[in-house]
Design a protein around this ligand. Structure first.
Ligand code: IPM
Ligand code: MN
Length: 361
């Protein structure tokens, strides 16, 4: 790790992406100084504006450039003048797929001072992690139309599940649950085995098989619909959830609002496998919220999610102490300095929140 500086590619992206990225980078600079971390950031102008100018989402040679880095920081993508799906598929999903970032790690943690819509619940009740498979399922883009545009039109959209794909995700989730070592030490599989009797049968059988290698980890199973109820009713019952790509997408928005919304929720797209270079795959860290175009340039968007994503980046690139230092500073700021996590209602501007986190380091 220490044989070269930490190499980060930053894709600030669209809308408020650049503003929140700037705050995350400000915090990175400050924590790197305190922890003695050498790093270099290369900023890439990928996103909606570039697409409108050049027609490219990931430019020629872009993937190789990213493969030469240790991590990617992604601000936000989504541009009001670009049709829905183009940037999502051409940039975000393509990066996840091409870089084989098969784990989407989404902590659901209520920080001090942050409001949750769940009445009577506090930080002790909401602290679990969703491990979402990130390269298969309905996200593969397999399907097609028949008789498109006619009254007899047929649309097919297929979910792909492979033994390799679910097994590596499930195994990683078991390892993670073991490492997290919470008193519950429980991994819950969330799927829909009563209806998806092929694909989720594969998940179920694989989960049972892999579980045998982790006798110290307790296991549980929830159908995804029931999980949505339990997340609201008994969030404190969860430790780690492992689930499929599509269900993971849905339940992590529910998780996001339980932890105070898109102003705070962050995620990591991980390729944890050691590559032929001897290094781990390049992983990507992002705030979960979108590009929030209506707040662009107003210094009103909440940068906490992006700063959270930066903490995850450091934690997963061999700098856990730096990550923890940021986590503590964030908790101090949400707990004592912010009125709300909603854009424009924080009691401070975007840049001031970044400054407060830096001061709290
Ligand atoms: C997410 C987002 C993406 C997804 C969209 C933007 C394609 O909702 O990261 O959860 O569905 O994975
Ligand atoms: Mn989503």
């Amino acid at each position: 790790m220490a044989d070269r500086p930490l190499l980060i590619a930053a894709i600030p992206g669209d809308g408020t992406g650049p503003e929140v990225t700037a705050e995350a980078m400000k915090v990175l600079a400050a924590v790197a100084k305190r922890e003695g971390i050498a790093y270099e950031v290369e900023t890439l102008d990928w996103g909606g504006d570039r697409y409108l100018r050049t027609g490219e989402t990931i430019p020629e040679g872009g993937l190789d450039l990213l493969r030469s880095k240790d991590a990617i920081f992604l601000g936000a993508i989504g541009h009001p003048n670009v049709a829905p799906g183009i940037l999502e598929k051409g940039l975000l999903l393509d990066l996840r797929f091409q870089l084989d970032q098969y784990i989407n790690l989404r902590p659901v943690k209520l920080l001090p001072g942050v409001e949750t819509p769940l009445a009577g619940r506090g930080p002790d009740d909401i602290d679990f992690v969703v491990v979402r498979e990130n390269t298969e399922d309905l996200y593969c883009g397999v399907g097609g139309f028949l008789k498109k545009g006619t009254p007899d039109e047929v649309a097919v959209q297929q979910a792909i599940y492979t033994r390799k794909g679910c097994e590596r995700c499930i195994r990683w989730a078991f390892e993670y649950t073991r490492r997290r070592n919470s008193p519950k030490k429980t991994l819950t599989l969330v799927a829909k085995t009563n209806v998806l009797t092929f694909g989720h049968d594969l998940w179920w059988r694989t989960f049972q098989d892999v579980a045998k290698e982790y006798p110290d980890v307790k296991t549980d199973y929830n159908h995804v619909d029931a999980c949505c109820m339990w997340m609201v009713k008994n969030p404190d019952a969860y430790d780690v959830i492992v689930t499929t790509n599509m269900f993971g997408d849905i339940i992590t928005d529910l998780g996001g609002i339980l932890q105070g919304g898109m102003g705070v929720a962050a995620g990591a797209n991980l390729n944890p496998d050691v590559q032929s270079s001897g290094r781990r795959g390049v992983s990507m860290f992002e705030p979960m919220g979108g590009s929030a175009p209506k707040y662009t340039g107003l210094n009103q968007i909440n940068p906490i999610a992006a700063i959270n994503a930066m903490a995850m980046l450091l934690e997963h690139t061999g700098h856990p102490a730096a990550g923890l230092r940021i986590d503590k500073a964030i908790a101090h700021v949400t707990g004592t300095k912010m009125k709300s996590q909603a854009a424009g209602k924080m009691g401070h501007g975007t840049k001031e929140i970044g400054d407060l986190v830096v001061a709290g380091l």
